[in-house]
Design a protein around this ligand. Structure first.
Ligand code: KE4
Length: 440
């Protein structure tokens, strides 16, 4: 333990709740859905987090995706230091922003022009405003259970009446705004087809997480992405891939490379910022030419393209371009996926009443669903045994593994999860399943 004295998460959480809503700056961090209090983190290195009390954890969240190289990676820290030494923000054009735009144009199939933002939410808002401006249409289609950041018209749930009509899913979202969104079940092409038949001439865009991560990890059903590509093309709507989570996570260049489907617009965040605030949206030249000051769609940001964030992002992306990176990430993901399946199976052999588990994984993002059947859309995720998940999450935490505190999130592994880390982690996974099974 360094010179800093140990501080319990309990004490820090109590103090935080006096001046921060719910004690956090983003809801999922509050551990509410696992009925626990958040672990306050003091520092991190590689695959390891150190709590405010000095306890160490193997990190399976990676700041919700960005830390794919591992924490405090030397090349990233050096890039940040060198950039910051030249000044942290100019609010002016800089060459590093051109370097990043050229990198994205070279590596992401859908991107010819791109605009940098400071978050994934802003990237999505920019992309969908461009889609509406380019098509002159108002409606946006999203999947039930998908999360695309905090824009009002995306914080919607399926209406009880018209199954597809968006209703506010957060206080403060006017019904009129939610009403510009239509909802379809994830992986349900027939539902999208029906919607286009009914309102196709007013649909500006379909936005999708090509691999859903915000209902837990749900891979695209066969022909789902291809079908969306064809339907949007046929009806003059734009296909928007929200690759904030999957971009440079499931493949170099994103899910559009992994699945061979090229959208009209792509939203990025997380990994492209290397742990600093940076998002991006980009696409076909004719579409992105709508963006101000070139075109009539306004979108701006004081810190957009911030030189320190761009430095962190570029260092991360350049490291990911190294030969063998994604083979290594696949092997790491496969090791954890196998440990999850083996641990759950062994627990059921010892205790037949143990809750059933479905492991769903794409590359280095993975979810253990406490479900007897595979999860292909949100309703099936919502039917999971959330009690069992919460118990399992705490059992992992007690064994030093920091897993996403929600059944509806994906775990993210990093290149720093080496064989020694995986051995420790996979043992904890097996023991946690046994603990849950015994309690049944
Ligand atoms: P940000 O505004 O949080 O950078 O990105 C929003 C966003 C957009 N699209 C997708 C597919 C996303 O997953 C996200 C953000 N993801 C969540 C985790 N599920 C971020 C964690 C949080 O909200 O604290």
């Amino acid at each position: 333990m360094s010179a800093m004295e140990a501080k319990s998460s309990e004490a820090l959480f109590e103090r935080a709740c006096r001046t921060l809503p719910g004690g956090v700056n983003s809801p999922v961090r509050a551990f509410k859905s696992v009925r626990n209090i958040p672990v306050f983190i003091r520092e991190a290195k590689g695959a390891w987090l150190t709590g405010s009390d000095g306890k160490r954890y193997i990190d399976c969240i990676g700041s919700w995706g960005p830390m794919i190289l591992g924490h405090a990676e030397p090349s990233v820290l050096q890039a940040i230091g060198e950039a910051a030494a030249k000044g942290t923000s100019f609010g002016a054009a800089t060459e590093p922003e051109i370097d990043m735009a050229e990198f994205l144009a070279r590596t992401v199939p859908s991107v010819e022009l791109s605009r940098l933002t400071s978050s994934g939410t802003e990237a999505v808002m920019g992309a969908l405003r461009v889609a509406r401006g380019f098509t002159g249409r108002d409606l946006v289609v999203k999947c039930v259970g998908a999360y695309h950041g905090g824009a009002d018209y995306l914080l919607v749930k399926a209406g009880s009446g018209l199954a597809t009509l968006g209703e506010p899913d957060s206080a403060g979202v006017p019904a009129a705004i939610a009403g510009t969104t239509r909802l379809v079940p994830h992986n349900d092409l027939a539902a999208v087809e029906a919607l286009f038949k009914a309102e196709g001439n007013n649909i500006a865009a379909v936005i999708v997480e090509p691999v859903a991560g915000n209902m837990g990890c749900v891979p695209p059903a066969p022909q789902w992405l291809e079908g969306l590509r064809a339907l949007t093309q046929a009806h003059g709507a734009l296909l928007v891939f929200d690759e904030v989570m999957t971009g440079f996570r499931v493949a170099f260049g994103g899910a559009q490379v992994r699945y061979g489907v090229t959208p009209d617009l792509t939203c990025m965040g997380k990994v492209v910022g290397g742990g600093l605030p940076l998002g991006a949206y980009g696409g076909r030249r004719d579409i992105m030419s709508c963006v101000a000051p070139l075109g009539p769609v306004y979108q701006a940001g004081t810190l957009s393209g911030n030189p320190v964030a761009v430095a962190a992002g570029m260092a991360t992306l350049q490291a990911l371009e190294a030969e063998g990176t994604y083979a290594r990430l696949e092997a790491i993901g496969a090791s954890v996926g196998a440990a999850l399946e083996a641990g759950a199976a062994a627990a059921r052999v010892s205790f037949p009443k143990a809750p059933p588990v479905q492991v769903q994984r794409v590359g280095s993002m993975v979810t253990a669903f406490f479900s007897a059947t595979p999860v292909t859309h949100y309703d099936e995720a919502a039917a999971c045994d959330l009690e069992a998940f919460a118990h399992w999450h705490k059992a992992l935490l007690d064994r030093g593994v920091y897993w996403p505190p929600s059944q509806f999130e994906a775990a993210f592994l990093s290149l720093a999860h080496d064989d020694a880390v995986l051995a420790t982690m996979n043992t904890a996974i097996a023991d946690a399943f046994l603990e849950v099974a015994k309690a049944r």
